[in-house]
Design a protein around this ligand. Structure first.
Ligand SMILES: Cc1cc2nc3c(=O)[nH]c(=O)nc-3n(C[C@H](O)[C@H](O)[C@H](O)COP(=O)(O)OP(=O)(O)OC[C@H]3O[C@@H](n4cnc5c(N)ncnc54)[C@H](O)[C@@H]3O)c2cc1C
Length: 390
């Protein structure tokens, strides 16, 4: 006998989708979140691509901060590439208000039948008689809860991964260090996302500006600590001083984004990991909201099959690995390889590429065609990247 079928640790997008999916399948689900308020503080630039996002949840006005129609990318010397919605793909869509969105997703899980407990942390875990026992601190009180399956959706600093013995360790070149300001009193087009690339701006990463309505925007940076001589904040402050000297900072976010690519496995006996806990973020963009939701969905489905079968072993749960790997895992592997090659491009290479694109009639081209034309124009520069471009 267990207290419930599934405990989901962490009510971010991954955990809430897992809890919702498992509850919709009729399982007895407990979703626990250590923070008192779901979604706060936000550690995210809040951008998502439209199509994939809408596969899971239809947008609701109260948590859509902006709708994006185009993206602008800048090279170190200021060459600009402007992409329409069709060309920019995942870089355009919505900028969310995650404080409200994360709570909304948790409410969907609750409506589907999951019990949601906030201000409740998982503090230890052990396996016992084929089940799993979790120590939790709920509103300051310690309790023990047993379940058949634990879904670890506890983010980049996942403790469930460690307790479960799943290797998700990150080396220095496998995590981007990020800082972000919510800024007001700055000039931007509220339907455009902006990116600045190159070592001058952000060694091993990029700077972004994601509008949040007309009056404010998330202006942030991710750098690769193994490449940056200074902390991420130094580069962001320098950028902000130069581009937006009049701007006001009204909120600061600091966080790490795993860019490891795919881990070998996100399961062990009784346990599945989803989202940042399983390093499901894209190594190039750092985006992880949609993959976390996809993984949560797959974990919820797998949990219901495991419970129907009465088998929570690692070998049964491996079908969850197959699902996320087939869905987006291959892209993580490919983008990690691409990212490693892109890190070798210096600033003059970025300038030449952007200048080259600027001289092409890109209005008609999709990303694939654009890459091909660019490769024809700059074969020497892009030789290393050829397998990804053509
Ligand atoms: C600066 C920055 C900018 C980003 N920008 C974007 C972006 O624009 N687009 C995008 O798609 N992605 C972005 N990301 C990545 C994105 O935020 C994550 O990939 C996404 O939030 C992962 O969702 P998740 O559900 O796996 O984890 P999280 O959203 O991190 O949720 C994990 C939850 O688990 C809870 N938790 C942790 N430990 C415990 C415990 N022991 N017990 C109970 N609860 C626990 C936490 O409080 C948290 O609520 C960004 C990240 C950073 C740092």
């Amino acid at each position: 006998m267990t207290d419930c079928d599934v405990i989901v640790v962490g009510a971010g997008p991954g955990g809430s989708l897992a809890a919702k999916t498992a509850a919709e399948k009729g399982l007895d689900v407990l979703l626990i979140e250590k923070r008192q308020e779901i979604g706060v503080p936000v550690r995210c630039a809040e951008g998502v691509g439209r199509e994939e996002f809408e596969e899971f949840v239809m947008p609701v006005e109260k948590w859509i901060a902006s709708e994006i129609e185009s993206a602008e990318l800048y090279s170190p010397s200021g060459y600009r590439v402007k992409l329409s919605a069709d060309q920019a793909g995942n870089e355009v869509g919505y900028v969310l208000e995650r404080k409200i969105f994360d709570r909304y997703l948790a409410m969907l899980a609750g409506k589907a039948g999951a019990e949601v407990l906030t201000k409740t942390s998982a503090v230890w875990m052990k396996r016992e008689n084929g089940n799993v026992k979790l120590g939790i601190r709920c509103m300051g009180e310690f309790q023990e809860i047993t379940a058949k399956i634990v879904i670890g959706a506890d983010g980049v600093e996942s403790r469930v991964a460690k307790w479960a013995g799943i290797d998700s360790t990150l080396k220095l070149n496998e995590i981007e260090s990020c800082v972000q300001y919510l800024m007001t009193d700055i000039d931007f087009n509220p339907t455009t996302t902006y990116f600045w690339v190159g070592r001058k701006y952000a060694p091993g990463g990029y700077i972004w500006l994601f509008p949040k309505g007309k009056d404010s925007a998330n202006v942030g940076i991710g750098v690769m600590p193994s490449m940056a001589e200074r902390p991420a904040k130094y580069y962001l402050d320098r950028f902000v001083r130069e581009k937006f000297p009049e701007g006001e900072i009204v909120e600061v976010v600091v966080g790490g984004v795993p860019v490891k690519g795919a881990i070998d496995t996100a399961v062990s006996d009784n346990v599945m990991l989803v989202g940042d806990a399983a390093r499901h973020t894209d190594p190039i963009t750092g985006g992880g909201i949609i993959n976390a939701m996809k993984a949560g969905y797959h974990a919820g489905i797998t949990a219901s099959e495991a419970i129907e079968k009465g088998d929570y072993s690692e070998s049964f749960l491996k079908r969850y690995d197959t699902r996320w790997m087939n869905d987006f895992g291959q892209t993580l592997v490919r983008n990690r390889k691409l990212q490693e090659k892109m890190l070798k491009l210096n600033d003059s290479a970025f300038d030449r590429l952007f200048k080259g694109i600027g001289e092409m009639p890109i209005g008609e081209m999709n990303v694939r065609r654009l890459a091909l034309e660019l490769f024809k124009k700059e074969p020497k520069l892009l030789w290393d990247l050829r397998e990804f471009l053509v």
